[in-house]
Design a protein around this ligand. Structure first.
Ligand code: SAH
Ligand code: SF4
Length: 349
């Protein structure tokens, strides 16, 4: 192993770990706060920029601590300047994508949690990439901070809705959340973070206990186990009843409203009886149903429903007093696109 690969990464270090490295170098512990201020509040991308540290210390820090490991391989803008996609890699090889959306209320970062996704949902670009590994805590934090640094702006909302299933990389995702919410660091509000899961009941219950304000979204997408298992293979292991029970547990335990994501695919899950079944499934749970018309992924032969079918579906839910939002193309097509940029780059190799 090279010295470079065993060096700790600044984005992976807790304040205490950084303080102890500094102590080992004969430095005062307060330097940790000073350095983290540069990293998380001034979006520095090197020790060199930290001009209020002595030059020799900056040089020693560069020797001992890696300043991230991701390279920005490609950046794309969409919808004017309202969306940006970032492709991150290592040694020129594509790894993961993250997305930045500009809403009226501010910037939202969409982060990936795994390189490819092992779940392999039938409608998802990420599910067809081939799974490699989960991202480390440092890589997840760097995806986020890399977008802040590029944009030179604070990102106020974070959703784990890029490539990968966050609960199959539970520890690193939770560690990244702890790091980004540290009051002495980036200090992101926990309530402005949402983790989206395909539905892993034990992890959802664990998350209820660990979340302390972080929100949960469940990708339901179907109301019968037959259809859901066809769309989401993991449903054979964790059927609808088990994921809904875990969702209700989270809502009860935390007292927080949950989101149920329901992607509409023409002729598959968009019938009136699906809408009625969905209303029955969420009854008694404080939740918001987010309808997402399926966004085309090249090579996948599904169809997005027409406006009339979407409107009828929504009306049935509303008549049953379910709170509904419809995600229009901005968010949706970025989600569908998540994974595609990397796929394109990989195919070119
Ligand atoms: N693995 C997690 C989080 C990432 S996906 C999960 O599945 O919840 C974020 C959301 O985008 C999920 O609800 C997913 O089902 C949805 N999605 C994936 N591909 C899509 C597509 N082509 N069109 C619309 N939504 C899609
Ligand atoms: Fe993975 Fe989520 Fe895509 Fe399914 S929808 S393949 S769980 S990223």
């Amino acid at each position: 192993m090279t010295r470079e690969s065993v060096k700790p990464d600044i984005y992976g270090l807790t304040r205490a770990e950084l303080a102890s490295i500094l102590e080992g170098m004969g430095e005062k512990p307060y330097r940790a706060g000073q350095i983290l201020g540069w990293v998380y509040r001034r979006w520095a991308t090197s020790f060199e920029e930290m001009t209020d540290l002595p030059k020799t210390l900056r040089e020693q820090l560069s020797e001992r601590i890696k300043f991230g490991s991701l390279e920005l391989l490609k950046k794309q803008e969409a919808f004017g300047e309202r969306a940006k996609r970032y492709l991150w890699g290592k040694d020129g090889r594509p790894l993961v994508e993250s997305v930045l959306l500009k809403y009226k209320y501010g910037l939202t970062g969409f982060l990936s949690t795994q390189v490819g996704c092992p779940v392999g949902c039938a409608f998802c670009a990420s599910g067809h990439l081939g799974f490699e590994r989960g991202l480390s805590k440092a890589e997840i934090v760097e995806e986020f901070m890399g977008m802040c640094a590029d944009e030179k702006a604070r990102i106020g909302h974070l959703v784990f809705m890029g490539t990968g299933e966050p609960f199959l990389n539970y520890e690193n995702v939770m560690a990244a959340i702890e790091s980004l919410t540290d009051p002495g660091g980036y200090n992101l509000s926990r309530r402005r973070i949402t983790v989206s899961t395909v539905g892993i009941p034990d992890a959802m219950r664990q998350f209820a206990r660990d979340s302390r304000g972080v929100r949960l979204a469940l990708s339901l997408h179907a109301t019968s186990d037959d259809v859901r298992s066809m769309l989401i293979p993991l449903n054979r292991t964790y059927p609808i009843a088990s994921v809904m029970e875990a969702l209700a547990y989270y809502a009860r335990y935390t007292g927080q409203r949950v989101t149920v994501e329901y992607m509409l695919i023409s002729g598959v899950n968009d019938k009136k009886r699906d809408a009625r079944a969905l209303a029955a499934l969420v009854e008694g749970i404080d939740c918001l149903v987010n309808l997402i018309p399926w966004n085309p992924v090249p090579g996948l032969e599904w169809e997005r429903p027409g406006e009339e079918a979407i409107r009828a579906f929504r009306e049935i839910l509303e008549r049953n007093r379910v709170k509904v939002t419809l995600r229009r193309s901005l968010g949706g097509s970025i989600e569908a696109a998540c994974g595609q940029l990397r796929r394109k780059m990989t195919e070119r190799e």
